[in-house]
Ligand binder design. Structure first.
Ligand SMILES: Cc1cc2nc3c(=O)[nH]c(=O)nc-3n(C[C@H](O)[C@H](O)[C@H](O)COP(=O)(O)OP(=O)(O)OC[C@H]3O[C@@H](n4cnc5c(N)ncnc54)[C@H](O)[C@@H]3O)c2cc1C
Length: 473
């Protein structure tokens, strides 16, 4: 087939398969937050094709997001992602937090290792990530927050410290913010309505030859390239790797069975046994305020003394059903540790395009649940002793059933970064073990997920990947 390119317009909806083959230096699967960031950073001097299954126009969340089965903890697949240009940036809330230093130390020496890279290897991308996400600064110095000295003095002897989330403001919606730039780019071609359905490996299985796509009318076409990057989110990236079986029945990069395993969320728990005092100064922190530099932030509560194995961060909040002046509740976002049994795998049924459905079996280790209870109790006790409320009753691990655990819309860990293929799917440069020209971008590469909302770290990892790829393409 003759090769061609789209000169007139660089965002093209694939109503049907093109009459000619498509090739690029770099082929990115997924035009979400990671995929578009990577394309933009790599494009100068390189031809990049982005394959995006959704369209470019705003609208309701694609009903196909709900496709799939849930086997473990409840998880509303249709509400936790969006299939369109810009990906989940069309629905995200814009809370920004970085991983902590300690997130990079945790897991060392355990069966499933932690981050094989250092905190500083991502920290150098913090300013660039903040700028791309419309965050005023990447500085999270606690002193930027105007907290009365008396309040800090009450809390700190009890191991409690106040920190904050920053915000993407105005909130980044990548399709709206970046489409014009993309459409003008001579080097980036975005194909919308182009769903990747198979990663085609060479016979030797050590390289990707092409990605087979399906256009809106169901016709298929191949996209060839030098480097391929999967950036289709924490559920669809492992699904695509597992469903790509034409050379190997276990899928791509899955010789050790690690693709899809170690699915992690940030379990959120409303602490039922703590009542904030009606006159507590902490009530004021359930809403967004401003830092000394005038930028928006919401306070969260860090725990020094009690987070032994898992990171966690608390906050005060009101549910939408609560009155504006109601006493806020105490909630905690937890890290969960990676376990093989918490995973994404392929079901027996196929979706309307003939691709096998994903099954999500989200689980949390028993020892994590014990630690959740311990952290909640330590925090409740500390706040009560500091004079900010009543520790009404202790929480026991048995109390923490599925009805108490909420998800946070973060799909992480399913192609984890590791030191070897027995412990993960990608190496320290996000390259799939055993496949020379295949990389992954997005939160699926996180080997440990900390407590922090993931997108800031997703952006840092993606910018680092772009720099790595730029050396070879
Ligand atoms: C309701 C909600 C609120 C959130 N709030 C926050 C927040 O406050 N702070 C925070 O840090 N994070 C938040 N997140 C998470 C954040 O949106 C993600 O971390 C981020 O979008 C991840 O970027 P990504 O590029 O990896 O994935 P996505 O942005 O999901 O992009 C993946 C893209 O791949 C496309 N795709 C999938 N499969 C295929 C295929 N087979 N072929 C071609 N294309 C494909 C999809 O259509 C999509 O465009 C929130 C998420 C949701 C859903």
């Amino acid at each position: 087939m003759r090769e061609g390119r789209f000169d007139a317009m660089t965002i093209v909806n694939m109503d049907s398969a093109p009459a000619y083959g498509i090739a690029a230096d770099v082929v990115v699967v997924g035009g979400g937050m990671a995929g578009l960031t990577l394309a933009r950073k790599l494009a100068p001097g390189r031809r990049v094709v982005v394959l995006e299954r959704g369209g470019a126009a705003p609208g309701a969340v694609d009903p196909a997001c709900a496709d799939g089965e849930v086997a473990g903890l409840p998880y509303p697949l249709g509400e936790i992602r969006d299939f369109r240009l810009g990906g989940s940036s069309s629905v995200w809330a814009g809370y920004i937090a970085p991983l902590d230093h300690r997130d990079f130390a945790i897991g060392t020496g355990t069966e499933l290792c932690g981050w094989p890279i250092e905190f500083d290897e991502l920290a150098i991308y913090a300013d660039e990530a903040a700028s791309l996400l419309n965050v005023a600064s990447a500085d999270f110095d606690p002193n930027l927050m105007d907290i009365p000295a008396a309040l800090r003095k009450q809390l700190s002897p009890h191991g409690v410290d106040l920190r904050y989330w920053r915000f993407s403001k105005p909130i980044v919606r990548m399709a709206d913010n970046w489409s014009q730039d993309l459409a003008r780019s001579a080097e980036i071609t975005v194909l919308t309505g182009a769903r990747a359905i198979e990663i085609l490996l060479t016979y030797a299985q050590n390289e990707v030859e092409a990605i087979t796509c399906m256009a809106a009318d169901g016709t298929r076409f191949d996209v060839r390239g030098g480097i391929f990057v999967l950036a289709s989110g924490g559920l669809e990236t492992p699904r695509l790797m597992l469903a790509s079986q034409s050379r190997n029945p276990s899928g791509v990069g899955n010789d050790e069975g690690m693709v899809g395993s170690c699915f992690c969320e940030h379990p959120h728990l409303m602490v039922p046994g703590f009542e904030l005092a009606t006159d507590s100064a902490l009530s004021a922190y359930a809403t967004t305020g401003t830092l000394r530099d005038g930028s928006p932030a919401t306070v969260n509560v860090a725990l020094h003394a009690c987070a032994a194995n898992l990171n966690a961060r608390a906050h005060f909040f009101r549910t939408p059903a609560m009155a504006e002046d109601a006493v806020p509740k105490l909630g905690i976002f937890f890290e969960q540790s990676p376990i093989i049994k918490s995973r994404v795998f392929l079901g027996d049924c196929c979706d309307s395009s003939g691709v096998r459905q994903l099954v999500l079996d989200w689980r949390i280790a028993e020892k994590d649940v014990e630690e959740f209870a311990a952290i909640a109790n330590t925090l409740s006790g500390a706040l009560a002793r500091a004079g900010h409320g009543r520790f009404v009753r202790e929480l026991h691990p048995a109390d923490i059933g599925p009805e108490l655990i909420l998800h946070s819309n973060h799909q992480l860990g399913t192609t984890r970064m590791a030191v070897n293929a027995e412990q993960g799917v990608v190496d320290r440069n996000a390259r799939v073990f055993g496949v020379d020209n295949l990389y992954v971008a997005g939160g699926s590469i996180f080997p440990r997920v900390g407590w922090a909302n993931p997108t800031f770290t997703v952006m840092q990892c993606t910018l680092r990947l772009a720099d790595h790829l730029a050396e070879s393409v």
